[in-house]
Design a protein around this ligand. Structure first.
Ligand SMILES: [Zn+2]
Length: 710
């Protein structure tokens, strides 16, 4: 903070209103100043309205706390007065002015805050971005610290850890040094290892036995997830409630939002609050209207029960380390009409990451898939994943893909994508821990619910004791619940095979086909001894042409093929019945009457092609060019040496019309507009009334017979 002298009024400036908040239970700052950058100025705009908030550059609290559970030795700490350590640009300091005097008798003095200020919209971004930037700069000199700085910080709180003491000592040294280099000080160090903590100088340690894990800057005390270093367990502290005389819907919402449980360790309890709110919305109450006395009593009862959470302790470490090679994850999901939920247990030890109708069950399965993705990402070395649900319909849905209605099909494909096709198994409702979450449970009961904290009993046993998930018999399920998509049978209009779109010239297309046929031939083990290599032979070329013809015919004349196979001839109604088609080596050919003619076989029985198929056009273009841009008649004749396209003339005309070379070679000459004919030529009259003579000559005449010459 610096004092401004005289009138700096010319500069662009903003005056921050501020007041003090007393917080006696804080360990470090008893009195905090609150700056209100959202206060509107005379222009109607506040500083926060004009500031860009900036993106979130740190990981989510869930990711950080999840990773926090994977270390053998935990390390926590926080950056002292983080915002105050970051200097603002001199010009921007004018936007953080305050007025102050020590007593009412003194004149008012103006100051400018020189550092990032809590209460401005951009403050979280500016401060956390500084940590990220510091991590980038310290990447080479302090690699371990840079990694923690980038991944294990939530605002100014560090939640990290190591797998062995020596590594931890190095990390502590590097952290202090790296942060010191930027003027930050990391204090309130704590750890579950006394040895590790002894490295930290005494003034920087936090000797409290219980640490709150939620953001320490929050002004109100919340139901906090706390960590007890001495036992290395998570515990829950219940919040101090706002004891209003009457409980309103707004009051319930405000209470519910104070329950902080990022890992979902006590979700069965939290879910009760959410179900209560859901019920309230059905009752259609106003926000500030007192609830019925019965509902009020119900909510007070819930708040009282939360005190029962004090007895719950969940071990922090999930038993993984870098040396642990095999971790199995077991995911469970369930839904009731009121709620759905999912939870994941890690195989080696009790890792509870915590955490109807068939559609709700499916939604819970999707939730599980997302949850699993998050857990697996943060726990290294996961080798195998198991997914459990107590809904047979969901298992059935997940076993096959595209048969279901939109809602189901979309979610199934998303689940299959996330879980990479893992098998989903069926578990009974009694064994499913997610069942607890979907119904909710009071804190008192939850304390003793080992199924919630440890998973079903069989999870500790060898996999031969796991429930046997036999194939679900689809027939035994309620068909209406299955929501199978109604299949409308239509005769598909087959679109041409992709190969015809790959090349536009017949020669290229045939050569491509030859290479595909060669690859197929050479890859088959039986033919390895006589691989086809080198130049393309004419036999291969002809075979490839025949293959392409066959393919195009199958796409255009499926009915004709079927008729010939059944009756030996096509139906009279067929559009190629007049060609008397017959099958020669699987290809439809023109029958014709040239059997005894002395011409090549291709000429006698040309291949029938449909003029609408792209291949036919490729063929006609080829012959048109081969015969030096022949006209319509000649192109058709050339094509018919070997092929017999339907509507050949029209197709040839179209090809010539589209041919760029032909268009350029025969430009249409602009003709002069002739003048009107003279009246003598257009008005009727008697013969020889008007006579016109054209002069011409002389004409040389040669008589054919010399004898007649005179
Ligand atoms: Zn042409």
């Amino acid at each position: 903070m610096k004092e401004l002298s005289g009138d700096d009024a010319s500069a662009k400036s903003y005056y921050l209103p501020h007041h003090a908040v007393l917080k006696p239970d804080s360990t470090t700052t008893k009195l905090r100043v609150v700056f209100d950058a959202s206060c509107k100025t005379s222009s109607g705009i506040s500083l926060n309205d004009a500031l860009m908030v900036g993106p979130v550059v740190q990981d989510m609290i869930v990711d950080i706390t999840l990773r926090f559970r994977t270390h053998r030795f935990a390390l926590v700490g926080d950056v002292a007065k983080m915002y105050r350590m970051v200097l603002m640009n001199a010009a921007d300091q004018q936007l953080q002015r305050i007025v102050w005097r020590d007593s009412a008798s003194e004149p008012i003095r103006t100051f400018a805050l020189t550092t990032v200020t809590y209460g401005t919209a951009s403050a979280p971004y500016l401060a956390t971005k500084c940590l990220q930037r510091l991590a980038d700069e310290g990447e080479k000199s302090h690699p371990a610290a840079a990694k923690v700085l980038r991944k294990d910080f939530y605002v100014d709180d560090m939640l990290s850890g190591v797998d062995d003491i020596e590594e931890g000592k190095t990390l502590v040294g590097q952290m202090v040094e790296l942060l010191q280099s930027a003027g930050f000080s990391l204090r309130k160090w704590n750890s579950n290892s006394k040895e590790l903590l002894s490295v930290v100088s005494e003034g920087l340690r936090d000797e409290r036995s219980i640490l709150e894990l939620d953001s320490s800057t929050a002004a109100v005390k919340t139901l906090g997830l706390t960590w007890e270093p001495s036992t290395d367990c998570f515990r829950f502290s219940s919040p101090a409630w706002n004891e209003a005389a009457e409980i309103t819907k707004r009051c319930v919402l405000s209470d519910a939002s104070r329950l902080f449980d990022p890992l979902g360790l006590v979700s069965p309890v939290i879910i009760q609050a959410k179900i209560f709110l859901q019920d309230l919305s059905k009752h259609d109450c106003e926000w500030d209207e007192p609830l019925s006395s019965q509902l009020q009593e119900q909510w007070r009862e819930y708040r009282r029960n939360l005190a029962g959470l004090d007895g719950i302790a969940v071990p922090r470490w999930v038993g993984t380390s870098r040396s642990t090679e095999t971790i199995e994850l077991h995911g469970f999901c369930d839904a009731s009409n009121k709620a759905y939920g999912a939870c994941v247990y890690s195989g080696s030890e009790k890792n509870k990451k915590s955490l109807s109708t068939p559609r709700l069950e499916l939604s819970s399965a999707l939730l599980l898939a997302h949850l699993h993705e998050k857990v697996a990402k943060n726990i290294n070395a996961v080798t195998k994943c198991h997914f459990w649900t107590d809904s047979t319909i969901v298992v059935c849905w997940l076993s096959s893909a595209a048969r279901w209605k939109q809602f189901v099909a979309n979610r199934i494909s998303e689940i299959q994508h996330i879980t990479k096709g893992s098998v989903w198994k069926h578990v009974t409702g009694e064994d499913n821990p997610a069942d607890i979450i979907s119904r909710g449970m009071s804190p008192a009961q939850l304390q003793y619910e080992s199924r919630w904290f440890n998973g079903p009993k069989w999870l500790m046993l060898d996999n031969q004791y796991w429930p046997n998930s036999a194939q679900i018999n689809e027939g035994s399920l309620n068909q209406a619940d299955l929501e199978e998509k109604a299949i409308v049978a239509v005769l598909p209009a087959v679109s041409p095979s992709e190969i015809f779109g790959l090349r536009s010239s017949l020669v290229d297309l045939v050569r491509l086909t030859v290479h595909i046929r060669r690859f197929k031939w050479n890859s088959s083990p039986a033919d390895r001894s006589c691989r086809k290599v080198g130049c393309i032979t004419s036999q291969e070329y002809d075979d490839a042409v025949k293959e392409l013809v066959k393919l195009s015919q199958r796409e255009c004349f499926p009915q004709e093929f079927a008729d010939i196979a059944r009756h030996g001839q096509v139906q009279d109604s067929s559009r190629i019945s007049n060609l008397n088609p017959q099958l020669v080596e699987g290809v439809l050919c023109v029958g014709g009457r040239l059997k005894n003619a002395d011409v090549p076989d291709g000429r006698k029985h040309p291949y029938i092609l449909d003029h609408r198929h792209p291949f036919t056009k490729i063929v006609v273009v080829y012959y048109h060019r081969k015969y030096f841009h022949a006209g319509q008649q000649q192109t058709v004749t050339a094509v018919r040496e070997r092929f017999w396209p339907t509507s050949a003339r029209n197709l040839a005309r179209q090809v010539i019309h589209e041919c760029v070379q032909c268009f350029r070679a025969k430009p249409k000459i602009q003709e002069q507009l002739m003048a009107d004919l003279p009246p003598e030529r257009v008005r009727p009259c008697f013969p020889f009334q008007k006579v016109g003579i054209d002069y011409c000559g002389p004409f040389h005449v040669v008589y054919p017979h010399r004898s007649n010459a005179s």
